[in-house]
Design a protein around this ligand. Structure first.
Ligand code: PHE
Length: 458
């Protein structure tokens, strides 16, 4: 393990876990996971997803952690240090590009959560019926000014926290907000499961129908695992560069993966009983990006309608906490790119962050407008927003993850791997040979097969 005294560190172990969990837990869990589950057949998809988390997610997360902590550098710098003069630095650069792309479109949805927080505060959902919510949402996203405004607002808040630094910005924020998020999630899940008609939603979540599993469902499960765990772009590698020498890499990876999967499944428990309760069908366009913004306001009305003050408080809290979950994730994407720009181009953190915020905002505006004026602009039949989301999570992140696995499994000196995982021999890690086997063979082969299958080569 190397030491570099000029770089900031997370102040505590729990701070490090919550910051990494803050990156992982986000719109991917509460917004994207239910959509993917809905579109890909429910429980069977969830089982494949969990398989991907265990088999690919945890080992690759450990790789990112050990590379980051060992080098104490941004993700491109990490490969430059470990494999000087080789093309491996492109793995880091691909990650920075993925972080840039995801931050740009993610901020658009994050902006929606901010708008909905304001709507909830203004009590805009009271007295509305199931039929009103699609109209409210469509009106909002197709209004170019509002979407762009909220996307920019979100980008600026992210910017402010990132410029405050690792300990007093990122760590402090995550430590405060993550516990609150858990409490609210559990309360909402209980409310949703208690709704009349919930059993249909629960069945969808818990009773696997394997006939629904196709190649593209497997690709989506893998893409979702990478996206949700913030893997494959060096985000967790960058965060691990701020881990101190006592952090237990194996335990941290396990904790982050468990927290992330727990939040995703809880979100399913909130969304699906409500979807069925509100009479939506799963085969239509009901399950799209709008799910969270059409169904959820309805849940509040239905579940707490008899006590309006409670309905009000819960909806405000829910959207506010979505904002926070999204923020802990946008911060981590921003940090990947900011750390890269600042360290590789010897720029102050503030200047690097400003450059990142400005350029991401420009791409973000284009993504925001793809729900309105640019709706007709299609790339491979997808809107700009969908194209970015599909390409980044189904291709860029898995390819990044595959290369990270190959790097750690084949290239990296195993002494470094052992020293990092066991904290220089002070921790027991009997699982280490298994992790190395997975990184060497299983992860690269599995990811390659799924990707090749999808582009039609198998
Ligand atoms: N994991 C985050 C989420 O689930 C999204 C994310 C992806 C964050 C990649 C950082 C890097 O919302």
């Amino acid at each position: 393990m190397s030491n570099n005294n000029t770089r900031e560190n997370f102040g505590s172990k729990i701070g490090a876990i919550l910051a990494a969990a803050g990156s992982a837990v986000g719109l991917g869990n509460i917004w994207r996971f239910p959509i993917e589950t809905g579109q890909n057949g429910g429980a069977a998809f969830i089982l494949i997803y969990i398989g991907c988390v265990i088999l690919l997610g945890i080992p690759i997360m450990m790789s990112e952690f050990l590379i980051g902590r060992h080098t104490q550098a941004n993700t491109a710098g990490a490969y430059r240090k470990l494999a000087p003069g080789t093309p491996w630095r492109w793995v880091g650069r691909l990650g920075v590009l993925s972080g840039f792309v995801i931050l740009s479109y993610y901020s658009v949805v994050a902006g929606w959560t901010a708008e909905y927080t304001i709507l909830a505060i203004g009590n805009a959902f009271e007295g509305k019926t199931t039929a009103d919510f699609p109209a409210i949402f469509t009106e909002f996203v197709s209004n170019p000014w509002k979407s762009v405004f909220w996307m920019l607002a979100f980008m600026i808040i992210t910017h402010v926290i990132v410029t405050r630094g690792v300990k007093s910005g990122i760590e402090k924020f995550s430590k405060l907000m993550m516990p609150v998020l858990f409490v609210i999630l559990i309360i909402l899940a209980i409310c949703s499961v208690a709704l009349p008609g919930a059993s249909q939603g629960l069945e969808f979540l818990l009773k696997p129908d394997f006939s629904k599993i196709t190649g593209s469902a497997i690709l989506s499960a893998m893409g979702q695992a990478f996206f949700s765990l913030s893997l494959g772009l060096g985000c967790l590698c960058t965060y691990a560069s701020y881990f101190n020498q006592e952090t237990n890499i194996g335990k941290t990876a396990l904790s982050v993966s468990l927290i992330d999967t727990f939040v995703a499944i809880m979100s399913g428990f909130i969304i699906f009983p409500a979807v069925f309760n509100a009479g939506y069908t799963l085969d239509s366009s009901d399950i799209g990006p709008s799910l969270l913004f059409i169904t959820m306001p309805n849940v509040f009305g239905q579940a707490f309608g008899s006590i309006p003050a409670l309905a009000y408080i819960v909806s405000v809290l829910f959207y506010f906490l979505l904002v926070l979950a999204a923020l802990t994730s946008t911060i981590s994407m921003h940090e990947v790119v900011t750390a890269y720009v600042s360290e590789e181009f010897a720029m102050s953190r503030r200047k690097a962050a400003t450059l990142v915020t400005l350029s991401c905002s420009i791409v973000g505006v284009v993504c925001a407008l793809s729900f309105g004026p640019f709706e007709g602009v299609k790339i491979f039949g997808m809107t700009i927003f969908d194209f970015f989301d599909y390409t980044a999570s189904n291709f860029m992140l898995p390819i990044g993850g595959m290369l990270i696995a190959i790097f750690t499994g084949w290239y990296l000196d195993k002494k470094i791997v052992r020293d990092e995982i066991t904290n220089n021999g002070t921790l027991r890690a009997p699982y280490l040979p298994l992790i190395i086997f997975i990184l060497k063979y299983i992860a690269p082969i599995a990811i390659a097969c799924i990707l090749l299958g999808q582009i039609g080569i198998f």
